[in-house]
Design a protein around this ligand. Sequence first.
Ligand SMILES: [Zn+2]
Length: 444
Amino acid sequence: MTADRMPAMFDPGAESMPEDQRAGLQQHALRAMIDRLLAAGGLQGRRLAEAGLTSGADVALGDLPRLPMTLKTDLWSQYPFQMLAVPLSDVVAVHGSSGTGGRPTLVAYTRADLQLWARMCARALAAAGAARDSVVHNAYGYGLFTGGLGIHQGAIELGATVIPVSGGMTSRQVTLIRDLRPDILTCTPSYAIRLGEALAEAGLKPGDGLAIRAGIFGAEPWTDALRARIEELLGLRALDIYGLSEIIGPGVAAECVVAADGLHVNEDHFLVEAVDPVTGAPVPDGTAGELVFTTVTKEALPLLRYRTGDIAALRRGTCACGRTLVKMSKVTGRRDDMLVIRGVNVYPSEVERVLLAEPSLAPDYLLVVDERAAQARLLACCEYKTDSPLPVPSGELEARLREALGLSVQAILVPAGTVPRIEVGKAVRVARWPGGDPPLPGLS
Ligand SMILES: [Zn+2]
């Protein structure tokens, strides 16, 4: 991509700042955050005081890995608002995600937090090539979930036109895409597939009624193989976006359309570390670890070293797009999603990578953990493409899975339409089968 066709950054001063200059700002912001936490006197402030800190001035940026961590269970124990660092009257919005024990994970925003969030999403949209004349078809769900309203506010901040279609009602989405000709699509990757199939059924094809240039897909982990499927189906550049409500929502990190090989982390606001998921010790750049974020500029709910459970690797250097922001790889797994089958640790994403690399298989699959016997076994149920002349023999697929996972997995090919589709929310990729009816018909 030549420089004159390079999409403009939303915030070039911050996104392409020299790393040493950024480090100075990060240290300043970290010290101010620690002062705010100490002053607020909540759980995080008490932990800092117990660690012997009396002021942010005691801390340098390099001390970050020695500061106390914050866990999702802390948000749960302090539910709903005991971790706020501002008076409740300064809170202007609340979002959240599914939590544990019947309580959602709630996150509060001040007006400045919402503005920050909008700017982060505007950065992500601009990195995908969106501009003021763009039309953004936003099919992330609107509501407590941060996906819909995050992208919505970012598109407005950028000055683009946002279509707040939300999730579901696919036939209406097809109509809106046909009539409004968006150039940017935002939704979950699984819904992008669903929408792509519906658009094809309606006769809308890339270059023939379909003008979407780029898609920003997130809120569930996905692989490069799924990226290739989406790009083929919709004729667009499929880009990853990362975020979680605890940190701010979508816009924590996003891929640029220039390189599309990792997500630029907005580390001027969200300091990022990768740590060993078991010991919590830092892992070197390029090594997969659990992502840990520190929200140095957020007001209502600043989080110090928040453990995300998401597994990814970090990489530094200046990107072809000109950004100097550290890159994270795609999330390759969840600490919590890790399945232990016969003593072997398996991330569902590793299985997906093998399944989606096979051209005769459709991107719809369900992993079934068969727990009926004392020793659990893993079944990979995948749909084959109806237009494929010959589906891959299941034995061949099993050999590839054994090679990739170091574990025997039974591959079961099922006809198209067998695996349940989702219209709203995250795709269900794993089902447990403790006994009784099988999660899919025909299993034995
Ligand atoms: Zn880049």
